[in-house]
Design a protein around this ligand. Sequence first.
Ligand code: 0A1
Ligand code: ZN
Length: 882
Amino acid sequence: MAKLDANTPQAIQLRDYTPPAFLIDKVDLTFELDETQTRVISRLVLHRNPAHPDARAALCLDGRELELESVKLDGEVLDGSRYALDAESLTIAAMPDNAILEIVTLIHPETNTSLNGLYRSGANFYSQCEAEGFRKITYYLDRPDVMARFTTTVVADKQKWPVLLSNGNKVGEGQLDKSRHWVKWVDPFKKPAYLFALVAGKLSKLADKYTTGSGREVALEIFVEPADLDKCDHAMESVKKSMRWDEQRYGLEYDLDTYMIVAVGDFNMGAMENKGLNIFNTKYVLARPDTATDVDFDGIEAVIAHEYFHNWTGNRVTCRDWFQLSLKEGLTVFRDQEFSADMGSASVQRIEAVRTLRTHQFAEDAGPMAHPVRPESYIEINNFYTVTIYEKGAEVVRMYQTLLGREGFRRGMDLYFKRHDGQAVTCDDFRAAMADANGYDFSQFARWYSQAGTPVLSVRARYDASAQTYTLEVAQSCPATPGQSEKLPFHIPLALGLVGPDGADLPLQLAGENEAQGTQRVLSVKEASQTFTFVNVPVEPVPSLLRNFSAPVKLDFPYSRAQLVHLLAHDSDAFCRWEASQTLMLEDLQDLIDAARQGQPLALKDDFVAAMRQVLANEALDPALVALMLTLPAETYLADQQAEIDPDAIRAGRDAMRLGLARALRSELKASYLRLQDDSAYRFEAEAVARRSLKNVCLGYLTELDEPALLELAEQQYAKANNMTDAQAALAGLVNWAEGDAVLDAFAKKWAHEALVMDKWFTLQALSRRLGNVQQIKALMQHPAFAITNPNKVRSLIGAFVHNNLAGFHAADGSGYSFIADTILTIDKLNPQVAARLAGSFNRWKKMEAGRRAAMQAQLERLAAQVGLSRDVYEIVSKNLQ
Ligand code: 0A1
Ligand code: ZN
């Protein structure tokens, strides 16, 4: 176990929140950038915060890894006796109520590998300040409830760093001496330090314009490395679509004269919503049909929208403290999901969001890192940028809309902005706005923010033919999570319909109502158990429950196979239709996994194969939906359904289903594959994307069969592909066979200089049945295109292997565990955030079969015993061992 001593990182508690002792009105920053050091001159105008309980409290500024040059208080230089300095702060005890503080610090972006604070990538400078990176730039009140007006002057060599950017509007620029130039930026909006940004370098710009609904012209600028300028068009289109959508849906306009996006190849996350100057991982900006897949194009559109939407939900209204992170993230993910639904196929978007939630968030909720949407404590806030805060948070926001309707939700949003524009607020403030704007009681709904764990909704049905009633008994429960053994009932919106024998929805009339009200209802489930009775039900229906996934719960209903087949064929709700196919599939996968574990033969059930055949034959269905219905759940998701995880049995069972379906449906799959061919130029447009997705799902099945003629189909597709979607899909089918080697080599030659494309090459091998093993991963880490300091590379090779290749990572000899522990220790010295994400690969350890469990525990204990572990990795490791 980790030792508890003075160096043991301490948890921060929500209940300890106190307002800041001082507030900052104005910040003037000057950066003198250079190769070997950067000087930061900061001038703060502060005043004592009357809301703080102690009127004489000291001023305690956050700061890390800074070299202090000087401090001046109201013009007077302070000597060392007037302040106290430690590794994390600068404290001035004797402070007037109003003051001007001038602080000069030296920093070293050129050696900063954490990609947090100011850092170098190539020869350029970039910043990343969320959550607590600004304190690595200068001493400051680095907390989101301190909002100030920023002015930033950047001074640098003009040859080396011709482009100098910061937040807001450019107000001046000039030449300082022979070599150096300067640019001054003013951000008219108050903001917390986490939204500060600075970029300096040799960058090319794609420029465009947008006219807002009220007629203001906004300059749109995307800055990238010169070689990438031909990959920015899709991102620019996405910006304009996002701006228009937010005006139309929420009446929200952009508020500055310029909206800038900068793409950088070294970045810890997806992107960052800095005011007026968003900084993006290149992965979410750069796309050309031959370099990026449909999934990439879709991801770019969604992430651009997400960051743009943050301008209102995050920046204009921000978080009081980091426990409220989901206030901005859950809400903004919900907004980007709704945007994506409007841009493409709403049902496909919804199903994909549910898949992500179930595969990743349900797992988090069931493991050692489980936490509520509003956590009560954390050791390292960077560990809380999680699927729970983001995706479950978005589901919580969605439930307001499901309960209030779209108009009611809009009323709530309007009131939220009216009350809180320019403020730093809490999840309770958001809930209050939704409640007050609609006269709706959301008091019980608060439990979605405070209780962790995935609730189980058990439904049992009774049909009384003589009384013509259909009764649903609904019960809810929620499993214990770390620190929360007992849970109180949630307020759950249960959307449902009743499907008649002919496949049509029946009219719905609850007992006590005078007449039927539509064919779909949202029931409010609030009790531990509750009964709902529908009257005038002429025939026994099949219930279609949790339509559109109306709440982030696990539904338990004892469907017969015939009922599932009925829903799969007829349900008017696309989500439930997909869900029926998944339920059937999961049931059979479980049987296959059990059979594999017991060494029994693995055979598919006829009714399942028949149902899948029908799905594939149904040309009336959206091909994207058919593709999703034919896609098996991930190995990791199957692992989470087991009482005890045997990775080999899961791999064997899942492979048997893929192979079995490929054999049984060989001719249908081939016919569909051929029917869906398309030689026209690539377009990223819903219908074409849908056709490609089904075509490539078919190819994936066909390449399961060890038949030269079928592998040739993939080779041909690779050779003639005019887009990366088809090229990658072909290669994915081939990498499991020796035939894949030649294609892998050709791919690497062709794309050696496109970092994002090489990421795909690494991932394909990391996930391959044939190549996804520790030896091969280690060998690939020596490839010239790999770099341990680059998060995209680490994620695409090592992350893909440990998080998504269950059987490969969990090799019975334990080699995966010692490999990842070694790698975590190496990366922790460079970039703790990235190391901590890899440490998440241990989160399932307690559920593994005994041998692997012991091997994983040994590596966790080895990690815990390391001296000098980062707070980030320490938190994950110690919570795993609790
Ligand atoms: N707020 C960003 C996510 C983000 C968080 C942390 C980062 O660095 C530590 C970077 C980005 C978003 O939601 O897009
Ligand atoms: Zn966000």
